[in-house]
Each structure stands twice: as structure tokens, then as C-alpha cells.
Design a protein around this ligand. Structure first.
Ligand code: ASP
Ligand code: MG
Length: 438
């Protein structure tokens, strides 16, 4: 008998029919002899609908009330799901985040989990009930309802799986798992069978809309194996795991998911996948003094403006001038305030010019095999040049190479690199069953 946490996204419970299909799957898992804890998102687009409703009433709602409002979406889906399961003859009880012991800080709309005391959930398991927990919400030390940020139900699920020492956390969505690239850009992208948590973190943090980033961080820290799969099919999805899974999983984890290292898995590809990001802009500070402390001062100003910087490149244009250029990328949503802050500090920073470019895209090639396989960057740059794509900036980590291109070149670049690294499937594998991609 295993303990399985199953998370169902909004597209999996979008209406009564979908709700019944999910309930059936939960009941079947239980009837196969497992304990099941369920985390559920709000039905379909209902979180967006609640946001729209609030926007019709005020431009400036109190953050506390927004969280109270948004948490209601998950209350609806969890209670309806519990009813449906009960109607199938299996006892099920729903819990809000607070009831499930999900403690958070008080940052409304983007709260972080600070502690997990899922007492009532554990009691439900012991008494044979299916526990259904509301996704993406918790409670602050002041007893206020908080939410974890959009898409945060993934994080609820992995945190619960960690706290309950579950054998696996299944994330149900409307696609069959993670793909080597976004199937909307690369129609013959392949499903990834198994991927490490590090690679998943790199993919998720470089634009792949696969899982809530913090869910992957939790999974890595607490060694929770994740299985991303579709609730619309019974196909095996993508296994995200670094360590061997519990041998008592009795066939729940396929052999391929048990390999611990790249070497164990002879067939593991060098490259796991390609992420792309259209949501970043680029800023260049031209002719800043090339003296110790200037970069530090510039980034203090940027940090104080609240911007999240990604790539940073400094170059010294001509020797002898004592002046350098510093270029960085950041989320478009942080661009205005960052430009304002740098302009306001013009005198102190003493730069000659400030350039802003929103017309960029970032392609990231990710694979743990890069550590041991030389020549990946040469192949990447070769593929881009053959496709006529100019590379603007480059940044790397141990298992990732990212390049900035013109926005208009991004899709072409992703396709060229995907095929250069032999990732193309012979036939199309990606099916989106629902519509929201969650
Ligand atoms: N319902 C929330 C959202 O739409 C949380 C989630 O789905 O994970 O963002
Ligand atoms: Mg959702």
C-alpha cells in the first residue's frame, strides 16, 4: 500500500462531467489498495472569473480581501469533489488550507509556506477517508487566509506529499506530461519520460509553463518524486525524480524512473528540453565607470526598485576609456520601475546612455548531460547560425545555456535547436485534452 497525493488542475475539474471522471480515478486508486490525499484547483477558469469580478468593482482591492475571494474557488471544487466521491460509496472529507495545517507568511497573493501541520489530513488517512485539500491557500500566523500565487496548487500538493512522506505526488493536468519543447511551437516535440529535479527547475524558471516553480523546489529539497500526467488518459506521463523511489510502490513507478544518475540510464539524452521566454526585456547601461563598486551600486538600485534580474553581461567597449556597458534582462513587468530608478540615479551612476529593448526572446537549452558532454554550445550556436538567427547575449549554468534572440526569431530558433539536438519525434505526440494547460 502506498500513500499517493494527487493534484488535479482546474481543467481536470471544469464541470460536473470532469468532476465525476476525476472522482472515478480517485476511487479506483483507493480500490487498488492505496491511500489517497487529493489537492484540487478551482474549476476551469473560475479564479480568472473572480479576478474579473473584483476588477469590475474596484481598481485597488485590499490584498487581504483578494485572497479571501480567490480562496473561494478551491472551496467550491473541493466540496463538490468530496460529494461526488461520497456518492460513489467512498468516504471523503474536504479541508481548506487552514484546516489542512498549511501555515504561511502574511504576503497576500504570494505567500510562502512556513510550516506544515496536516494533523486532520493524517487523521483522515488513518480512518480510511480520502482527504481533499484546497489548493493554493494557507493561513498566516494572524489567522488570515493567504494564497500562494497563481498556479500555486502544485506547491500545496508537493508540500503535503513531503509533510505526509507520500510515496509519490501525481500532478494531473490536460497534457500527457512534460515535453522537450512547447508543442505549440514544435508540433513534434517529444514527451519526456524522466527528468531530474534540477533540470525541471531550470525549465520552469526559464519560461516553460509546466509546474509552479516552488513546487519543484519543494520536491528537490524533500525528495518527493513527482509524476506529471493527464487526467484525460491513463498514459504514463513524466517522472520528475532524482532518487530511487520507494520499492514498495508496487509498479506505480516504472523502471525508467528509478535510475538515479545519468550513467545509470544509458539512454538518457544529453539534452532534456528547450524552454523559451517571451516575457523578458533587456536594459543596457552605456558608459558606466569601470571602477570597483559601480556594478554593486547599480544592482543595489535595481534591487531596491524590486526588479528580478536574470542575465547580466558586462563588457568593456574600448580599452583606455575606463567605461563599460552593463546589460541585463528582467521581466517586462519590472521594466518601467527599473528604468525610472536608473534614470533617477543618473548623476550618481554617471553613465552616458540608457537603452531599453522589449523586442527580445530567450531560448534555454537544458540537460544534465551537458556536464559530461563537450561541444553542446558549439552545436547550439551552429544550429542558430544555420537558421539565420543572431545571438545577442549568452548565459550559462552547469546544465543550461541561454541565448537572447530577436523576439521575431524565437520560434524559428526553438525549432532549429530542437531538431539539431535530435529531439524531434517521428510523429506528433503532444495532445492537449482540456484547454488551459493546467
Ligand atoms: N486556482 C489557482 C489559479 O488558477 C491556483 C491553481 O490553479 O493552482 O491560479
Ligand atoms: Mg488554475
Amino acid at each position: 500500500m502506498a500513500l499517493i497525493v494527487q493534484k488535479y488542475g482546474g481543467s481536470s475539474v471544469s464541470d460536473a462531467e470532469a468532476m465525476k471522471r476525476v472522482a472515478r480515478r480517485i476511487v479506483d486508486t483507493r480500490n487498488a489498495g492505496h491511500n489517497v490525499v487529493v489537492v484540487v484547483s478551482a474549476m476551469g477558469d473560475s479564479t480568472d472569473d473572480l479576478l474579473d469580478l473584483a476588477a469590475e468593482l474596484t481598481d485597488n482591492p485590499p490584498e487581504r480581501e483578494m485572497d479571501m475571494l480567490l480562496s473561494a474557488g478551491e472551496r467550491i471544487s473541493m466540496s463538490l469533489l468530496a460529494m461526488t466521491i461520497n456518492a460513489m460509496g467512498v468516504p471523503a472529507v474536504s479541508y481548506t488550507g487552514a484546516q489542512a495545517g498549511i501555515m504561511t507568511d502574511a504576503h497576500f497573493g504570494r505567500a510562502h509556506i512556513t510550516g506544515m501541520v496536516p494533523e486532520r489530513v493524517a487523521r483522515s488517512i488513518r480512518s480510511g477517508q480520502v482527504a481533499i485539500v484546497a489548493g493554493f491557500q494557507g493561513v498566516s500566523s494572524d489567522d488570515d487566509v493567504t494564497t500562494l500565487g497563481r498556479g500555486g496548487s502544485d506547491t500545496t500538493a508537493v508540500a503535503l506529499a513531503a509533510a505526509l512522506h507520500a510515496d509519490v505526488c501525481e500532478i494531473y493536468t490536460d497534457v500527457d506530461g512534460l515535453f522537450t519543447a512547447d508543442p505549440r511551437i514544435v508540433p513534434n516535440a517529444r514527451r519526456i519520460h524522466r527528468i531530474s529535479q534540477e533540470e525541471t527547475l531550470e525549465l520552469a524558471s526559464h519560461g516553460a509553463k509546466i509546474l509552479h516553480l516552488r513546487a519543484v523546489e519543494f520536491a528537490r529539497r524533500y525528495k518527493v518524486p513527482i509524476h506529471v500526467r493527464s487526467s484525460f488518459s491513463s498514459k504514463d506521463g513524466t517522472w520528475i525524480s532524482n532518487s530511487p523511489a520507494n520499492p514498495e510502490l508496487q509498479g506505480l513507478v516504472p523502471e525508467s524512473a528509478l535510475a538515479t544518475t545519468q550513467e545509470d540510464n544509458v539512454e538518457a539524452p544529453i539534452i532534456s528540453g528547450i524552454a523559451h521566454d517571451r516575457s523578458q526585456d533587456k536594459i543596457t547601461v552605456v558608459g558606466i565607470a569601470d571602477t570597483p563598486g559601480m556594478a554593486a551600486r547599480l544592482f543595489e538600485i535595481i534591487t531596491a526598485a524590486g526588479a528580478n534580474i536574470d542575465m547580466i553581461v558586462q563588457n568593456v567597449p574600448t580599452s583606455g576609456t575606463g567605461r563599460a556597458n552593463i546589460t541585463f534582462t528582467l521581466p517586462s513587468s519590472d521594466a518601467d520601475k527599473t528604468m525610472e530608478a536608473i534614470k533617477a540615479a543618473k548623476e550618481e551612476l554617471d553613465y552616458s546612455d540608457l537603452w531599453y529593448n522589449a523586442d527580445i526572446g530567450i531560448l534555454s537549452l537544458i540537460g544534465a548531460g551537458m556536464r559530461t558532454n563537450p561541444g553542446v554550445s558549439a552545436k547550439l550556436f551552429g544550429a542558430l547560425s544555420e537558421a539565420g538567427v543572431n545571438i545577442d547575449l549568452i548565459s550559462t549554468s552547469e546544465i543550461r545555456i541561454s541565448v537572447v534572440t530577436k523576439l521575431a526569431d524565437l520560434d524559428k530558433a526553438v525549432r532549429a535547436v530542437h531538431s539539431a539536438f535530435g529531439l524531434d519525434a517521428t510523429e506528433s505526440e503532444a495532445v492537449v485534452y482540456g484547454g488551459t494547460g493546467r
